[in-house]
Design a protein around this ligand. Structure first.
Ligand SMILES: *[C@@H]1O[C@H](CO)[C@@H](O)[C@H](O)[C@H]1NC(C)=O
Ligand SMILES: *[C@@H]1O[C@H](CO)[C@@H](O)[C@H](O)[C@H]1NC(C)=O
Ligand SMILES: *[C@@H]1O[C@H](CO)[C@@H](O)[C@H](O)[C@H]1NC(C)=O
Ligand SMILES: *[C@@H]1O[C@H](CO)[C@@H](O)[C@H](O)[C@H]1NC(C)=O
Ligand SMILES: *[C@@H]1O[C@H](CO)[C@@H](O)[C@H](O)[C@H]1NC(C)=O
Length: 317
């Protein structure tokens, strides 16, 4: 039933594509692509709602502890709520939020230092907003989320935080890597125990799928928490649903929608070899472990319409 629905939505989208691109006499290319992106955005919203009807959330918004809304950043000037998801272009969107709020100049988005954009307390978030005001914002503001294939995001977090040697990686290796090695490696070297710098992808997967209490604090880290847990797409009706795969178009639509088209969204070269990388890392895991990992992210997979084809060549769902 769900599959049928997806098919139908994609058909509608394709039809739109054909109809619009058949219209050769309209020169306004950007209006064109905005319209296309908007129809895709609407199809995504419909699919989210459809999936949420099949898998209703366990809480209502009013029952949710306010702290669960802290990923939703507020910009009042442009009436925007943005649920930021680490590893899905959130640095660039936080930079843009700074510009929207007048905390930075709009000449060159990338000139804003990443660490500045991530400064705690830089933006007001929905967790601390009194309920009447919160409800007003949820009703009247544009609500944006940008999602990504869950395993791709997971791998990106692993490579960036546990494999890398940037300062923020050192921090994670010290705080998380050492504990993973202590818990999951037989006969670890002193060096590995001391630095936590060489966690394997398999150890990382064991760590994530083992819900042991004593690791809960680091298992629930925002970099690998399911997007569904961070942004509650079944409770909050997002009006701008972007995807990493179509980031530029979706970001242009969002900027247009909030009357901020003057801001240049950074056009970064896409990292290549993603499929190859996914295959390389996930082939280090046995199928039952991939299955357990998939279970953790299955709501993300379903709600945002991703599949496992590029990992194992078939759908585990
Ligand atoms: C959300 O706001 C609260 C209250 O101002 C703050 O303590 C918290 O750090 C913020 N969280 C995030 C992720 O920005
Ligand atoms: C923006 O640039 C102008 C001129 O360079 C400067 O005076 C101003 O302080 C800048 N504003 C912010 C928020 O950085
Ligand atoms: C590792 O540490 C233990 C205990 O501190 C020590 O006995 C051992 O010699 C160390 N091994 C190496 C290879 O440094
Ligand atoms: C979970 O981790 C603990 C050690 O932290 C280990 O004793 C236990 O066997 C693991 N469980 C699974 C299912 O891997
Ligand atoms: C954008 O501008 C239009 C036209 O001026 C206005 O109707 C709309 O409310 C604005 N939207 C936002 C989010 O500011």
């Amino acid at each position: 039933m769900c599959k049928m629905r997806i098919l139908k939505l994609e058909l509608v989208f394709l039809l739109n594509l054909l109809l619009v691109s058949g219209d050769e006499y309209n020169n306004d290319v950007s209006e064109h692509s905005l319209e296309l992106t908007q129809s895709l955005n609407l199809a995504r919203q419909e699919l989210i709602q459809e999936t949420c009807r099949h898998f209703p959330p366990r809480y209502s918004l009013d029952e949710l502890p306010p702290s669960h809304l802290e990923h939703i950043l507020i910009n009042e000037e442009h009436k925007l709520l943005y649920c930021y998801v680490p590893k899905v272009a959130c640095t660039n969107w936080k930079r843009i939020l700074m510009i929207l709020a007048g905390k930075a100049n709009d000449t060159d988005v990338l000139s804003i230092t990443a660490s500045v954009a991530h400064t705690p307390g830089m933006f007001r978030n929905l967790s601390s907003v009194p309920r009447p005001e919160r409800d007003y914002m949820l009703e009247n503001y544009n609500k944006m989320i940008i999602v990504r294939n869950p395993f791709e995001r997971l791998l990106s977090a692993f490579r960036n935080k546990l494999e890398g040697d940037a300062p923020s990686a050192k921090y994670f290796q010290d705080r998380v890597g050492r504990r993973i090695i202590k818990a999951y490696r037989e006969n670890p070297s002193n060096e590995s125990l001391e630095f936590g710098h060489d966690v394997t992808f398999k150890e990382f997967a064991l760590f994530l799928t083992n819900r042991s209490e004593d690791m809960a604090d680091v298992v629930n880290n925002e970099h690998w928490q399911p997007i569904t847990n961070l942004c509650h797409p079944c409770l909050i009706k997002y009006t701008l649903v972007g995807k990493y795969e179509t980031l530029l178009d979706d970001s242009l639509l969002a900027l247009h929608t909030i009357n901020a088209s003057h801001i240049q969204f950074p056009r970064l070269a896409h990292t290549s070899g993603t499929a190859e990388k996914l295959h390389r890392y996930f082939s280090q895991l046995e199928l039952p472990l991939i299955r357990r990992l998939y279970k953790l992210y299955k709501h993300d997979y379903r709600i945002f319409n991703y599949d496992l084809d590029n990992i194992v060549g078939f759908d585990l769902g």
